[in-house]
Design a protein around this ligand. Structure first.
Ligand SMILES: Cc1cc2nc3c(=O)[nH]c(=O)nc-3n(C[C@H](O)[C@H](O)[C@H](O)COP(=O)(O)OP(=O)(O)OC[C@H]3O[C@@H](n4cnc5c(N)ncnc54)[C@H](O)[C@@H]3O)c2cc1C
Length: 584
């Protein structure tokens, strides 16, 4: 990796002591399910500031349609919990951390009961209990949903109204977190807060004993994506600059069914549509998934996405279709009101028309490496939700497990952040109380020399980067083509990371360059095919790659990543050709 990339510690030059100073006990960055839940838990032991770069409800969480995977043991047997655990491990292709899977799946019930007690309105079945749908990779009906296909919106409504009512939480919206502040630049210091930018108040320093990153994924790194514009990987990039380890960056989940209307913004067509019985067909109305996988349309997402791409190559067509014309009259509109509305905007009536779809980047599996208490590899920094990599999803995420992870790890991160507060014995993250925190401020200085290199058009860099990522680091990858991408990113980095920008558009492109570069490095290093990571030149799964690959700014550019052996399911890791293996 280029030295410019390795060495850059902060995106902007500053003297911390000259900026406005704000103090809190816990700083939470991001207002999706993970950040909102983390803020609530942290507010039980101290003052919290929650910053979010847009409106509070602008997040992937708000866009979530299908639901939350959860077994409620009050109505289900322990076998049902075991089966959820097993489905998660199977989808993860040998790379899940089994203890994390168990912890998350077993925590589903208390987290959901808590939501219910806070007024969450799940859709109910005829017995008045939360109705349960089935999605790809799930053997049982266990996906709870709200408003038909508006689960995320209801989760955000429920959590954010509670956050707004919590006296210990202050919300700073439209406040962009630029970088984490650390007591040392060499990766062995503690995180003591963040530098932020607000259009009205400018740059500010927010000091905190603990900082929780909950900034979501980086789907915007791809031209075709289901993600909202806020998903640019900022938190992952800032954690990397601060010295935290990132893991499994090669793994990006592609959703098989994104509405494909040329020229329009892509929109997700939930997996639940297939769960309710819709078929995937081609232009000749041939159900091409039948015979490719025993679960046909409900095979895990990587299998379905790859099959679509293969089928398009075979047929020369531009997209495939969802066929829901056999649904009972009125059912589609009732079960999927949001999707129906979106389709109506393009004159598509699912009762009469096929729905044109294609895959798109959907979920960032890799991210900030955290332990089973949501701690990153540096003191004072926690991460939860899509910006983190906890080992829950392994090599592929089971549908509807991410809202669940956000709830479970959000609560955990918020609760665990209490350990950073100074005690009378001097424990905590070593900052010595508020006086100590502000003392740190005097020492934090960022100097960035002015560059005399030429300027690139930022908009062009952004769109070229997204295109090349989609073409060569998308669903099927190939070693030599990824080498070319690496060189292109290297070039853009050289002319972009040497510059100093003064608004989020520039900072987001810089962050995307970090994230794309790390996805590329990890994907080149992983000489196998597993889960969402498929290499045409390395089609077999290799047991010597059954490890989490960790990347940090501290490693030398020529070094291989640190590898953490995966305590995964050995049976699920036998060498297998992708598509015929154990994906579900
Ligand atoms: C269309 C769609 C449908 C989905 N459906 C489902 C589903 O049915 N079930 C399921 O389990 N999962 C689903 N997912 C995935 C799931 O929604 C996400 O993984 C999950 O919501 C992520 O939550 P989060 O809190 O980690 O991040 P997000 O919800 O993405 O929130 C990230 C937050 O961080 C803020 N932020 C980012 N950068 C900065 C910065 N620099 N400074 C300040 N704030 C910042 C953003 O503004 C945002 O508030 C879906 C995803 C999409 C895109």
């Amino acid at each position: 990796m280029h030295a410019q990339f390795q060495n850059r510690r902060y995106l902007i030059p500053f003297r911390a002591r000259l900026l406005p100073q704000i103090f809190c006990d816990t700083l939470v960055i991001g207002s999706g399910v993970a950040g909102l839940r983390a803020a609530l838990a942290a507010s039980e032991h101290g003052e919290v500031i929650l910053v979010t770069k847009s409106d509070v409800d602008r997040s992937a969480t708000t866009w979530a349609q299908g639901g939350v995977a959860a077994v409620l043991e009050t109505t289900d047997t322990d076998d049902a919990v075991e089966s959820h655990i097993q489905d998660t491990l199977t989808a993860g292709c040998g790379l899940c951390s089994p203890s994390v899977v168990e912890q998350v799946v077993r925590s589903a019930r208390p987290r959901i009961e808590e939501l219910l007690s806070w007024g969450m309105q799940f859709d109910l079945d005829e017995n008045g209990r939360p109705a349960r749908a089935r999605e790809g990779g799930h053997r049982d009906h266990r996906v709870l949903h709200a408003g038909g296909d508006a689960t995320g919106k209801e989760v955000v409504r429920c959590l954010s109204s509670r956050v707004c009512d919590a006296p210990a939480i202050r919300i700073f919206d439209h406040c962009f977190a630029l970088d984490l502040l650390t007591t040392s630049d060499s990766g062995n210091g503690s995180v003591v807060g963040a530098i932020t930018h607000h259009p009205k108040y400018g740059l500010q320093v927010i000091w905190a004993y603990a900082t929780i990153i909950a900034t979501g994924g980086s789907g915007q790194a791809y031209r075709e994506t289901t993600n909202p514009p806020v998903c640019t990987g900022d938190g992952v990039a800032m954690a990397y600059r601060a010295g935290a380890a990132l893991a499994d960056m090669a793994f990006v989940q592609f959703h098989p069914t994104t509405l494909y209307v040329a020229g329009s913004e892509r929109a997700l067509i939930s997996e639940a549509v297939r769960g309710e019985g819709a078929y995937l067909v081609d232009r000749r109305e041939n159900r091409f998934m039948v015979g490719r996988h025993e679960m046909a349309e409900l095979a895990p997402r990587d299998v379905v996405s790859r099959s679509i791409i293969e089928h398009l190559v075979e047929t020369g067509e531009t997209n495939v279709f969802l066929d829901a014309r056999h649904f009972k009259p009125g059912f589609f509109q009732k079960r999927f009101p949001g999707i129906s509305q979106k389709l109506a905007q393009f004159g598509i009536d699912p009762a009469d028309d096929l729905i044109p779809v294609n895959p798109g980047a959907h979920y960032t599996i890799g991210g900030i490496w955290v332990d089973d208490a949501a701690r990153s590899t540096i003191n004072g920094l926690y991460a939860c939700g899509e910006s983190s990599c906890s080992g829950l999803h392994g090599g592929n995420r089971l549908a509807s497990n991410s809202l669940l992870e956000g709830l479970v790890y959000g609560e955990l991160a918020g609760r665990m952040s209490a350990e950073c507060r100074p005690t009378v014995n001097g424990n905590g993250n070593g900052n010595g109380g508020r006086a100590g925190l502000s003392e740190s401020s005097k020492q934090i200085i960022s100097d960035i020399p002015l560059s005399d290199r030429g300027e690139l058009d930022l908009h062009d860099v952004r769109s070229s980067l997204r295109s090349v990522m989609w073409r060569h680091l998308g669903i099927v990858r190939d070693g030599p083509l990824m080498d070319d991408v690496r060189e292109m990113i290297e070039f853009w980095r050289r002319y972009t990371l040497d510059k100093i920008f003064d608004d989020p558009k520039g900072w987001e492109v810089q962050n995307m360059l970090y994230v794309c570069s790390l996805i590329c490095e990890s994907a080149r290093w992983r000489r196998e095919s597993r889960g969402t990571h498929t290499r045409a030149d390395e089609p077999a799964r290799r047991s010597d790659f059954c490890v989490h690959d960790l990347w940090s700014r501290m490693q030398r550019p020529e070094d291989a990543p640190a590898c953490v052996p995966c305590a995964g399911d050995a049976a699920a890791d036998s060498d297998a050709v992708v598509g015929q293996g154990h994906e579900g």
